[in-house]
Design a protein around this ligand. Structure first.
Ligand SMILES: [Zn+2]
Length: 436
C-alpha cells in the first residue's frame, strides 16, 4: 500500500475511520467512540474530498483500508530539543527536579556549542517527523551566553526543516533573569527578530508580580506571544498560574498565552482552584500538560518510597470551562526525562492512561492536534478537511483499544499526499557527542 500511495499523485483511501473531533465537514453517523467510516480522495498533495463510506459508491480503484484509523499529523507544542539526548553524558543523578536543573546547567555551560545543539536538534526533528509530527515548538535555554548560540541554530534549523516540520521557539530562563532589565530587553528584541515566542519559568519569588509586568510589557512592545513554565512542583504555595492570569487581565494583553505544567494546582484546596480557573478562563490562557515528564519528576521521593500522585494538572476542569488544553512531549532523553522520542502517539497513549482521556474519549484527540495548532497560530494544521493538505497518519488500529495498545511502529505517515520514509535515526549517530 505504501508504494501505491507514494507513486500516484491521485488515489482514494476507502473505508477508513475518521474521528469527529479531528475532521471537518464529514456528514456521517459517528459511533460512541467518535468514529465514522469514510473515503478520502487525495489529488496533487491535497485532500480533495472526504465523504461517508458507502460500499456501493466507493470507486473501483479505491485502496480499501478495512476500517483503519487515520488522524491528522500531530502538533507538539511544548518540547526542549536543545536539551534532547544529552542523557548518556549527563544523566539525572537522583531523578529529582533539582537534579535535572543542576545536571542540565552543568552540561549546557560545558558542551552546548552550536554544532552540539544543531546535531541533537536535527536528531530530534527526524524522530518527530518519522512519528508523524508536522509542527513543533521548542523552548531554548536562553541564559547568557547560550542565547547567542542557540537562537541562530534554531533559525537555520527552521529553514532546513520548512515544509516538513513547522518549527517555533520560545526563550527559556528563570523569571529572576528578568531583573536584569537591560539584558532582558535585549533578549526580547532578539526573540522578536527571530519571530519567536517570549517565555520564562515562573517561581514564587517576592517580586513575581513586578517581573511578570515586565515580561508582559516586553511582549506587548514587540507583539510577541507568551509561553510560560509554571508551578512545576507539588508545593501548594506555588500559585504563579494565577499570577500570570492576573497579569494578562491587568495588562490587557491580546496575544496568545500558553502555560505549561501547572502541577501544584492539582494539590490546592478546591476554592483556590476555582478562583484560579476563573481567572485563567477569563484571561484566555491555554494550558499544556506534560504527562510523561510530570510522572517522572513529580513526587520523586528522596527516601525511595513509592510516588502517590500523578503530577499532572486539572485538564478536565479546565476543558469544562472552555480553557484550551493540550498535551505535549516536553523533554526527551535528558535529565528532566530519561526517556521519550517525540512520538505524539505515545504522548496521547500515556495521557489517556494518566489523565483519563476516555469514557468518553469525546474531543480529547484535539489535545495533540487542533488545539495546539490554534495556540501556535497554524491555520489548517491538526484537522482533516477537504481542500487541506494531505498530511495524515494511517494506523493499524481500528478502535481506541487497538490504537492505544500497541506502539504502532508500522504506521504510515503521508505528507503532501505521499508516504514518507519513516526510518528513525540511529542512536549511534550521537555517540561522538557523548565522549568526554
Ligand atoms: Zn518544559
Amino acid at each position: 500500500m505504501t508504494s501505491q500511495i507514494s507513486d500516484s499523485g491521485q488515489f482514494v483511501l476507502g473505508n477508513v475511520r475518521l474521528h469527529r473531533s479531528l475532521t471537518l465537514g464529514l456528514a456521517a453517523t459517528f459511533d460512541t467512540d467518535g468514529f465514522a467510516l469514510a473515503d478520502i480522495t487525495v489529488a496533487n498533495g491535497r485532500i480533495s474530498a472526504i465523504a461517508a463510506h458507502k460500499k456501493s459508491k466507493a470507486p473501483a480503484d479505491a485502496i480499501d483500508l478495512a476500517g483503519r484509523i487515520i488522524l491528522p499529523c500531530f502538533v507538539d507544542c511544548h518540547t526542549h530539543i536543545d536539551k534532547g539526548h544529552i542523557w548518556p553524558r549527563k544523566p539525572n543523578p537522583d531523578g529529582t527536579f533539582m537534579g535535572a536543573l543542576n545536571a542540565t546547567g552543568t552540561d549546557r555551560a560545558a558542551r552546548w556549542s552550536a554544532e552540539d545543539v544543531a546535531k541533537r536538534m536535527d536528531f530530534s526533528l527526524r524522530s518527530a517527523y518519522a512519528h508523524g509530527t508536522k509542527a513543533l515548538r521548542t523552548h531554548l535555554d536562553s541564559v547568557p551566553p547560550q542565547e547567542e548560540i542557540s537562537w541562530p541554530v534554531f533559525e537555520t534549523m527552521r529553514e532546513t526543516w520548512r515544509g516538513r516540520i513547522e518549527l517555533q521557539a520560545a526563550c527559556l530562563l528563570g523569571i529572576e533573569g528578568v531583573r536584569d532589565t537591560k539584558w532582558f530587553e535585549k533578549l526580547a528584541k532578539r526573540v522578536a527578530a527571530a519571530k519567536g515566542v517570549l517565555g520564562v519559568v515562573t517561581y514564587m519569588v517576592p517580586d513575581l508580580e513586578e517581573l511578570l509586568d515586565k515580561v508582559f510589557s516586553e511582549a506587548i512592545k514587540h507583539r510577541l506571544d507568551l509561553d510560560f513554565h509554571a508551578d512545576e512542583t507539588d508545593d501548594v504555595a506555588a500559585i504563579s498560574l494565577k499570577k500570570i492570569a492576573e497579569a494578562a487581565l491587568w495588562s490587557g494583553f491580546e496575544g496568545n498565552i500558553l502555560v505549561g505544567h501547572c502541577c501544584s494546582l492539582a494539590r490546592q484546596p478546591d476554592l483556590d482552584v476555582l478562583d484560579t480557573l476563573d481567572k485563567v478562563a477569563k484571561a484566555g490562557l491555554a494550558v499544556v500538560s506534560l504527562p510523561m515528564c510530570n510522572l517522572y519528576l513529580q513526587d520523586r521521593r528522596a527516601d525511595l518510597t513509592t510516588p502517590r500522585w500523578r503530577g499532572v494538572t486539572l485538564l478536565h476542569e479546565m476543558k469544562a470551562r472552555g480553557i484550551p488544553v493540550a498535551v505535549a512531549s516536553d523533554n526527551t532523553r535528558d535529565p528532566f526525562y530519561a526517556y521519550g522520542d517525540l512520538d505524539m502517539l505515545e504522548v496521547y497513549r500515556m495521557a489517556t492512561r494518566i489523565l483519563h482521556f476516555d469514557h468518553p474519549v469525546a474531543d480529547w484527540p484535539q489535545a495533540v492536534a487542533a488545539t495546539p495548532a490554534k495556540v501556535m497560530r497554524l491555520d489548517g494544521f491538526g484537522m482533516l478537511a477537504a481542500g487541506g493538505s494531505a498530511d495524515f497518519i494511517i494506523f493499524k488500529g481500528r478502535s481506541w483499544t487497538e490504537l492505544l495498545s500497541r506502539p504502532e511502529s508500522d504506521r504510515i505517515v503521508v505528507r503532501d499526499g505521499k508516504a514518507i520514509d519513516r526510518q528513525l535515526p540511529d542512536y549511534a549517530e550521537l555517540d561522538e557527542l557523548m565522549v568526554d
